[in-house]
Write a protein that binds this ligand. Structure first.
Ligand code: G16
Length: 557
């Protein structure tokens, strides 16, 4: 069987390539929505080939730009078991997106078919979901053309959170098998989470209301629906920032990214000591928790805190249940707070693995453990259980009531925690289940360790691709000389740490700094930002807070 070139050409004409260069980044293609039409069409073509490569298994496509502003959009591909697209295929995605003519596009497709030895007579099935961005609907139409141009079938699941689309993909591919993951529907997703949550918290005193900032995104309707299934006696949730009808409000002064980066509460909250709060991002795959202490000071519980809470709780259960041979590990990135890493290694005595930014990297590293907790500091993560661990939880018989209870909670956690990808709703329930089990407040959870003060900044540069990060993002190989200059500055600060890396989702380079005091962390960040801006191609208005440094590394302004 061969590809129908005329059909590809005919449909491709509806989605002309613009004079833009595209890269498959940290989380797929992500840029301004108005330059994405041809890219999404071509992703449709690639999704068909990926499905055929997997002998007709369902491939997921999520149209979202997650934490980015409303005018952006993007696309992520989902593998049959719900993971992110295999990294070996990212290059094909970039080649297809940049093919400059129909002939070049067909040649790029042919290249994938040959290199991957794809049997074109196989079926191809694709499902698609999208977040609440206004550009989403037209992009789904472009994707549909791409899928149909190569004879694939497509089902549109409409508005979904990113993790729901991952869940649906896995459910569809496993239904009727011993590995069946759940009912392949949105309601099935809510029921699975609610049922597992109930198994953990039943009979335990309910915590006070949790106020969830939904970033005016898809997480808002999803959380409303989940709350209905959960019922009030299990969890009291109040959804704040749930205006999905006003596109400009998406992620604006709200959401997990805003709260983490600015280390302050989002709009829409009259924060009082004692209130328990959390923030989702625009596609509900990240969550951070926050509260005000007795003095009214804003306090953040980020992905690092979630990971340590989960790892400690699960380790305790494994010990109580006396399940043998279960190794627990934690995966972090360079953004993990130094105190978090020290706590995991020194207090929890759990091994830590570092990967570059992007859950696609962390997920695979976590699969190496029986219980692998991976979280980025920004709140993106989950806990993976190996097949062996799940089997062990089911085959072990508790000899005491305590052992039996621990086993029941472990089993429920394997259902509650999304095994495909970081999921804000699943993570919300996981944290609430743990805190309910422990009868613990946010402040008490927070007291496990104190974060080193940190600061995350962005610098706009001419070409962020001139920056090449190495060693799990902790150092720069390019541009030449910059790393030495950063090292020289870091050495001046107690507990100083700083790194620079190009973002894979925004047209900026990110600058992270940590030091003994907030003042010093801010100063170090502003020195490094100044270095990048002044000496390595900064563009746009120069923020006044960036420091000027002379060739000897002395601050001059
Ligand atoms: C995506 C990725 C995350 C990553 C974040 C920021 O999140 O899934 O793993 O941490 O982008 O990446 P970068 O620093 O490269 O811009 P999301 O929630 O935006 O999809």
């Amino acid at each position: 069987m061969t590809m129908d070139h005329s059909k590809i050409t005919e449909l491709s004409a509806k989605h002309p390539k613009l004079n833009v260069s595209y890269t498959y980044g940290t989380a797929g293609f992500r840029t301004k929505a108005d330059v994405l039409d041809s890219v999404i069409f071509r992703v449709g073509l690639l999704a068909v080939l990926r499905s055929k490569k997997h002998a007709g298994k369902v491939i997921g496509v999520m149209i979202t730009a997650s934490h980015n502003p409303a005018q952006d959009n993007g696309v992520k591909l989902v593998e049959p078991m719900g993971e992110m697209l295999a990294q070996s295929w990212e290059q094909y995605a970039t080649e297809l997106a940049n093919a400059s003519s129909d002939d070049a596009l067909i040649a790029a497709l042919q290249n994938v078919v040959e290199k991957e030895q794809i049997d074109l007579s196989n079926e191809a099935v694709v499902i698609v979901g999208r977040d609440t961005r206004p550009s989403g609907e037209a992009l789904v139409a472009a994707l549909t053309d791409g899928v149909q141009a190569l004879g694939g079938k497509i089902t549109d699941y409409g508005l979904t959170t990113t993790p729901q689309l991952h869940y649906l993909t896995r459910c569809l591919n496993t239904q009727g098998t011993p590995d069946a993951y759940g009912e392949p529907s949105e309601q099935g997703y809510y029921r699975k989470l609610a049922e597992a949550f109930k198994r953990i918290v039943s009979g335990k005193p309910k915590l006070s209301t949790i106020y969830v900032d939904a970033a005016n995104g898809i997480g808002a309707p999803a959380l409303h629906k989940l709350a209905k299934v959960l019922t009030d006696d299990l969890l009291s949730v109040q959804v704040v920032n749930d205006d999905t009808a006003t596109p400009t409000k998406l992620n604006h002064q709200s959401g997990a990214d805003f709260v983490k980066v600015n280390q302050k509460k989002p709009e829409g909250f009259d924060l009082k000591p004692g209130m328990r709060c959390a923030s989702l991002d625009g596609d509900a795959d990240r969550i951070v928790f926050w509260y005000a202490d007795n003095a009214g000071t804003f306090k953040l519980l980020d992905g690092d805190k979630i990971a340590t809470l989960a790892a400690e709780f699960i380790m305790g259960l494994v010990r109580k249940a006396k399940v043998p041979n279960i190794n627990v590990g934690l995966v972090q990135t360079a953004y993990a707070n130094g105190s978090a890493t020290a706590y995991v290694k020194d207090t929890l005595k759990v091994p830590v693995v570092f990967t570059p930014t992007g859950v696609k990297h962390l997920h695979h590293a976590a699969e190496e453990f029986d219980v692998g907790a991976y979280f980025e500091a920004n709140g993106h993560g989950t806990v993976l259980f190996s097949q062996q661990a799940i089997k062990a939880f089911h085959s072990t018989t508790g000899k005491t009531a305590e052992e039996t209870e621990a086993l029941e909670i472990l089993k429920a956690l394997t259902d509650l925690i999304n095994q495909t990808v970081g999921d804000a709703l699943s993570d919300l329930l996981m944290v609430e289940a743990i805190l309910t089990s422990q009868g613990r407040s946010l402040a008490d959870w927070d007291s496990a360790y104190s974060d080193l003060p940190s600061r995350l900044e962005k610098v706009k540069v001419q070409n962020r691709l001139n920056f090449e990060a190495i060693k799990a993002d902790t150092e720069l190989a390019k541009p030449e000389g910059l790393q030495q200059k950063i090292n020289q500055q870091v050495a001046k600060f107690k507990h100083g740490r700083s790194f620079v890396r190009p973002s894979g989702t925004e047209d900026v380079v990110r600058v992270y700094a940590e030091a003994d005091t907030q003042e010093n962390a801010d100063l170090l960040a502003n020195i490094v930002c100044g270095l990048v801006y002044d000496q390595y191609g900064g563009v746009g208005e120069r923020p006044a807070k960036f420091k000027k440094v002379d060739q000897q590394g002395n601050i001059i302004a």
